[in-house]
Each structure stands twice: as structure tokens, then as C-alpha cells.
Design a protein around this ligand. Structure first.
Ligand SMILES: [Zn+2]
Length: 304
């Protein structure tokens, strides 16, 4: 997917007016939360140019009464690569960047360094100026930001990545899930991440938020997507358990389609039957789905 510097502000579909949603092409959504005390940017996009546009959209709210704050949901490139705009020595908009300790480590240790170098080579106009910049305020547990009218609860939700956090705003029963939930499903990257991710999904579903907004799902997806994501992984677990019972010790094929056939768990069998779910990128129906099945098998085998 080619990247773009363009960031558009989405029209409000009924969520609280103090939340602004920015969309960067087909890639990702970032958020601006305007409270009495703070203007909070949730994620900084793919580069300084996208972060700059977030500041531009936030500017009308940035008067003398409000302080700018930045949050990283996690260190992935589509969420934290605009950080330098706020934390460089010559940053044009100095502001604290909050994130988990692990998020800070990922950026400080340049875990995404090879990806950055590759993207700087292939898409220099987009990524040429990116410098990996870690959060400047990091923490291990839940953190609350008292904005006066709205409170932002930063809740650790590891799984998709181990540094992930989501944001719950109780006054308006609104959850910014980040990548803890996605259409069609959040992908665990490691076997250990799989149970962590399902536990995080359950934590978020139990909040019973009225409005749930995601970084990678339509703005109208609603709270149901949390339950659909949980159901997807529950269905994978059922299929993998049945398979292991029937064929313990079976060798798993390396071919994705063959693996999906062998376990008997098609993407279409374990996701809702609507066009939204049918029209996702083919990766999610094939390779991505097979990856989650492989991790589920490995996880179940480690349980015995
Ligand atoms: Zn993402």
C-alpha cells in the first residue's frame, strides 16, 4: 500500500464533539481529544508531516488555557513516527509524550530501525525525515489524565504488541481501542502475545463503552467489533482444539491454504457474514489467518 502524507479530518458521526478523528489514507486513524485542561493527541502518525497536520487540526483548541499532551498507543510506525515534532531539541511543538515503558524501549532501542531504513529507501518523500523518538514520560501501570471535564484512563492492553495501551474516557463512556481491536481482527505477533491479546480484548469489552473508536476500523464499527474479535479467536481455539484431539502430533503444512484446509477453519467460517468482513485485504483471509491459527496451535500444545 503506498503511503500518503495527507491527513483528513473526518466528519463527526455522532461521537462526542471533543474527539476529532484524523485519517491517513487507507492506513490509520489518529485522534485529538480536547479537554478543559489539555489538548491530547492520541498517536502522531507516520511522520512529522502527519503529526504537523494533527497540530493544525488541534490549533483552534490550543488557547492559553490548554496544554498540549501527546500519547503513543504503541511504537508501531503508523502510530509513533511523528513523535519528533514534540520532543526533538528543536521541536516546533514541545510537549510531553506519554507511553508505556516498553513503548519507550522499542523506540529507544530502534527495534523498528531496519523497517525505517527500508522505507526511507523506498519512500524517501514520506519517511526521509523520520527520526525514531521515544516517549518522554513512560510508565508500567494504568495512568489517569484529569482533563477537568474528561478523564483519560490509559489502560495497558498488551497483545497485538507488548507495549500497547488503550484509552477509556468514563464521562462519555468512550473507548479509544488503538490496535487492541481491529477489523477484521488484531494480529498477535508472537505466541505469547495471543493469550495476552485475548485478555486485553476481554478487559476492553467489560468496560461496556457506548462509543468505541479504532485505529484500523470504520468509525461506525461500534462496540460490537470487540465482541466479534473475541468470537474470532474463540472460534479459532475451538477449531484448533478439535484438530489436535483428532490428530495429535500431526505435522503442520507450511503452505497457508493447506494449513487452513487441514484444520478446517476458513476465515469465512469464523467471521460475520457481511460485506465489511468479506472485503478486507486478502492477507487477512489467507496468510494472516493462517498465522493466527499456527500461533493458536503452538499455544494449545504448550498448555499440555
Ligand atoms: Zn496500527
Amino acid at each position: 500500500m503506498p503511503h500518503t502524507n495527507e491527513l483528513v479530518l473526518l466528519p463527526n458521526h455522532g461521537w462526542d464533539e471533543r474527539i476529532l478523528i484524523c485519517r491517513n489514507g487507507e492506513l490509520v486513524q489518529t485522534f485529538i481529544v480536547v479537554t478543559q485542561r489539555y489538548v491530547v493527541l492520541v498517536d502522531t502518525g507516520i511522520n512529522p508531516a502527519t503529526a504537523q497536520q494533527m497540530v493544525d487540526y488541534a490549533r483552534p483548541a490550543l488557547d492559553a488555557r490548554r496544554v498540549l499532551l501527546v500519547i503513543n498507543t504503541h511504537a508501531d510506525y503508523d502510530h509513533a513516527w511523528g513523535n519528533q515534532l514534540f520532543a526533538d531539541p528543536d521541536a516546533p511543538f514541545p510537549a510531553p509524550i506519554l507511553g508505556s515503558r516498553r513503548c519507550a524501549d522499542r523506540l529507544r532501542m530502534r527495534e523498528e530501525g531496519p523497517l525505517l531504513e527500508e522505507l526511507q529507501r523506498t519512500e524517501p518523500t514520506i519517511f526521509g525525515h523520520v527520526r525514531l523518538t521515544p516517549p518522554t514520560l513512560w510508565f508500567d501501570d494504568e495512568v489517569c489524565i484529569d482533563g477537568g471535564d474528561l478523564t483519560l484512563h490509559l489502560i495497558p492492553t498488551p497483545g497485538h504488541t507488548d507495549d500497547h495501551l488503550s484509552i477509556y474516557i468514563p464521562e462519555i463512556a468512550t473507548l479509544l481501542a488503538g490496535d487492541a481491536a481491529e477489523l477484521p481482527y488484531p494480529a498477535a505477533r508472537t505466541t505469547a502475545g495471543l493469550p495476552a491479546m485475548r485478555a486485553s480484548l476481554a478487559t476492553l469489552a467489560a468496560l461496556n463503552a457506548r462509543t468505541v473508536l479504532y485505529c484500523h476500523a470504520p468509525v461506525d464499527a461500534g462496540p460490537q467489533l470487540l465482541h466479534d474479535n473475541l468470537a474470532y479467536f474463540n472460534a479459532l481455539e475451538r477449531a484448533c482444539r478439535a484438530f489436535l484431539e483428532k490428530s495429535p502430533g500431526a505435522e503442520l503444512p507450511t503452505d497457508d491454504a493447506a494449513l487452513i484446509r487441514l484444520i478446517g477453519c476458513d476465515y469465512a467460517d469464523v467471521t460475520p457474514h457481511s460485506s465489511l468482513w468479506r472485503e478486507v485485504n486478502a492477507h487477512y483471509r489467507t496468510t494472516g489467518h493462517a498465522e493466527q491459527l499456527r500461533m493458536m496451535i503452538t499455544w494449545l500444545q504448550a498448555q499440555d
